[in-house]
Design a protein around this ligand. Structure first.
Ligand SMILES: *Cc1c(COP(=O)(O)O)cnc(C)c1O
Length: 225
C-alpha cells in the first residue's frame, strides 16, 4: 500500500462527514513527508517541537503545521513564527506564553483546549471546571494574540469501542454546549468551530461523533518503530 492510496482511502471514508484529515508525520522521514505533500495534503501534525522545526525548514512554506503533542512553555518560541494550530493547550501559563510569542511574531495563533476524556492517568488535558475557570480568568481577555477555536481530546488506548464511543460522545456534548452557549465568545477571542478527536484506530467513530479534525498517522504510514 502506498501513502497516496491510503490517504485516498481515508479521504473516501471521511467524505460523508465534515471532517478534515491531518496527516500525523511524527518520526517519518522527509521523503515520506514529501510524498504526502505530493498527494495534495497540506495539514501535517507533529508532536515534538524540535522535529517540527527541522522539518518545517526543509519543506514547502504552504504546509499548515499542527502541534498535536504536549507542549512545554519554554519551547513555544520555536514554533510561534509558523505554527498553524496548537491542539494541546491545557493551562493558562501555556496560553500566556503562546500569546507573548505570537505578539513578538506579529501574529495571532489559533489554539484548541485539550480536554481530558480518557480513563488513563497519563493523558494530559483539562476537565470542564478547569476549562470554565480558564476562560473566566480575568486575564484571559488580555490575550489578544491567541484565538481559542475549539477542543481536542484523546480517547483511552483500548480496543473497547463502546468505551471510546462514550468518551467521544462526552467530548462532543461538551463542545456542542459551549458552542450553543457561545461560551467566552464575548471576549472576541473564542470561536467554537473545531473539534479535534480521532486517530488511526478510531477516526471514523470520531467523524460519526462530530469531529472536524482527525489526526491520523500509522493508518497511512504503517506502525511507528
Ligand atoms: C501520534 C499521535 C496521533 C496519531 O496516532 P496514530 O495512531 O499513528 O494515528 C494523533 N494524535 C496525537 C496527539 C498523537 O500524538
Amino acid at each position: 500500500m502506498s501513502i497516496a492510496s491510503e490517504i485516498l482511502r481515508i479521504h473516501d471514508e471521511l467524505k460523508p462527514f465534515a471532517t478534515q484529515l491531518i496527516v500525523v508525520t511524527k518520526t517519518r522521514s522527509i521523503a515520506e513527508l514529501s510524498e504526502t505533500y505530493a498527494t495534495g495534503i497540506r495539514d501535517f501534525g507533529e508532536n515534538r517541537v524540535q522535529e517540527m522545526v527541522e522539518k518545517q525548514a526543509q519543506l514547502p512554506a504552504d504546509i499548515r503545521w499542527h502541534q498535536i503533542g504536549h507542549l512545554q512553555t519554554n519551547k513555544v518560541k520555536y514554533i510561534a513564527p509558523f505554527v498553524h494550530l496548537i491542539h494541546s493547550v491545557d493551562s493558562m501559563k501555556l496560553l500566556k506564553e503562546i500569546n507573548a510569542q505570537a505578539k513578538k511574531n506579529n501574529r495571532t495563533i489559533d489554539c484548541l483546549l485539550q480536554m481530558f476524556i480518557a480513563q488513563e492517568e497519563t493523558k494530559f488535558g483539562l476537565d470542564e471546571t478547569e476549562l470554565s475557570g480558564l476562560l473566566a480568568d480575568p486575564t484571559f481577555g488580555e490575550l489578544t494574540h491567541i484565538r481559542i477555536v475549539g477542543l481536542m481530546g484523546m480517547a483511552s488506548f483500548t480496543a473497547d469501542q463502546a468505551q471510546i464511543t462514550r468518551e467521544f460522545q462526552s467530548l462532543q456534548a461538551t463542545f456542542q454546549r459551549l458552542k450553543a452557549d457561545k461560551f467566552g465568545e464575548e471576549t472576541g477571542l473564542v470561536d467554537w468551530k473545531e473539534l479535534s478527536m480521532g486517530m488511526s484506530g478510531d477516526y471514523l467513530l470520531a467523524a460519526q461523533h462530530g469531529s472536524t479534525l482527525v489526526r491520523v498517522g500509522s493508518a497511512i504510514f504503517g506502525e511507528r518503530k
